[in-house]
Design a protein around this ligand. Structure first.
Ligand code: NAD
Length: 368
């Protein structure tokens, strides 16, 4: 194992540690970034994907530092990535080896992320006794099955829609990425009368102005059919999906989906960041100037980590729902109020809100 300190992206908050894991005898290649632990042991997802860079893991770890602080959790922020295809037959072996390789990084508690799930976390727990997002039988609260992040996004939607005088009944949403987050968000929002008019997965999308049949789409996805072949709408390319007019757009797939250039395609009133860092900084500024309201990831998609922290404290599923609702509601309220009062874009206000809370925690620490 070797460790690097990469100072071209370091600042006053972190990162605390950047570790590259390289096991010559096996196929394990991984990156762990522990960003800031002033609020406590860091919690953050472990993703499995071939194309993740150290810089991306750092940015995701920083998003966790900010998100955990905003969610008032006694946890700092971290993230990790196992550089492998998530469909590999050797997933269990990789997860177990990864757990052993990071056993001594006791400031980090991993959870599930893209390409990993509760079974992966059960392997980590079995190896080193330190993981969240566990199966129910091991004391876990099944955050993806319950759609906790999607539930939080629906709470943010209610608050933000009210703020911009958008009626949710009949409002048109587009969800980019019909995975754990996208699917749950669509379900919770449809309970509020919102109509899913377009969605996609990595292989393409569908458009149905009359409203996509969500249970039928979920059934098709569960049987291995792609979104575009689900028969629930007219197939569209993932690029054309961005051009469809909507009231609410929810990116729930990959980072950096919206750039300065393609943000111009977006015709919507409200963007709720389901994915982490889906909008680049310059793109967010342009969208703000165009009058699009954005509720940033660190505020809108904290449902999953609140659930994970609630599980870690040994509390129940209903405690998790209550905490998600109260936290997302009060943070979205504060964000929208301060965007107007302080006249800054939402991402900058969210960053200020988080930094204020972290600075307070850091002020109590003698050894950083
Ligand atoms: P997932 O793997 O279940 O779903 C991702 C979806 O995005 C899939 O449908 C996939 O096909 C699609 N996708 C991938 N690449 C795409 C592309 N280039 N274009 C269009 N679609 C594409 O993952 P998830 O758990 O739903 O997470 C989605 C995002 O939300 C990630 O950024 C993750 O970090 C973030 N997030 C997840 C949670 C959670 O609770 N699962 C919490 C907070 C943030």
């Amino acid at each position: 194992m070797m460790s690097h300190y990469i100072d071209n992206f370091a600042d006053d908050l972190g990162p605390e540690k950047v570790v590259h894991i390289y096991e010559p005898k096996s196929k394990l290649r991984a990156i762990v970034v522990i960003d800031n632990i002033s609020l406590g042991t860091a919690i953050g997802g472990c993703r499995m994907a071939k194309d993740v860079t150290t810089q991306e893991v750092f940015r995701l770890a920083r998003a966790m530092t900010l998100k955990n602080a905003l969610a008032s959790l006694p946890h700092g922020g971290a993230k990790s990535a196992i550089l492998a295809d998530s469909g590999t037959d050797e997933k269990e072996a990789l997860m177990r080896e990864f757990a052993q390789a990071m056993k001594t990084l006791t400031d980090y508690i991993p959870g599930p992320d893209m390409g990993t799930d509760e079974t992966c976390m059960a392997y980590v727990q079995d190896e080193i006794g330190r993981a969240v997002g566990l199966p129910k039988v091991l004391g876990g609260i099944p955050l993806d099955a319950l759609g906790m992040t999607g539930y939080g996004l629906s709470v943010a939607a209610k608050v933000a829609a009210d703020d911009i005088s958008l009626t949710l009944e009949g409002a048109r949403i587009i969800v980019q990425g019909f995975g754990n987050v996208g699917k749950a968000t669509a379900k919770y929002l449809s309970d509020l009368g919102v109509k899913l008019i377009a969605t996609c997965d990595s292989k393409g999308g569908i458009h149905n102005p009359d409203g996509i049949d969500i249970p039928q789409l979920i059934k098709a996805k569960e049987s291995g059919v792609t979104v575009s072949k689900s028969g629930t709408g007219k197939p569209v390319s993932n690029e054309d999906l961005l051009k469809i007019e909507s009231d609410i757009f929810i990116p729930a797939a990959r980072p950096d989906v919206f750039t300065e250039v393609n943000q111009e395609l977006l015709k919507t009133w409200l963007v709720l960041e389901g994915a982490n860092i889906p909008i680049t900084h310059p793109a967010a500024e342009k969208m703000h100037k165009r009058g699009i309201m954005i509720v940033p990831d660190v505020i809108a998609n904290c449902g999953g980590v609140i659930c994970a922290a609630t599980e870690y404290q040994g509390l129940s599923e209903s405690d998790a729902f209550k905490r998600v609702e109260a936290t997302v509601k009060s943070n979205t309220d504060e964000l929208l109020k301060r965007v107007v009062e302080e006249d800054f874009p939402p991402h900058e206000i969210a960053l200020k809100m988080a930094r204020e809370r972290i600075a307070k925690a850091m002020s109590y620490r003698a050894h950083m």
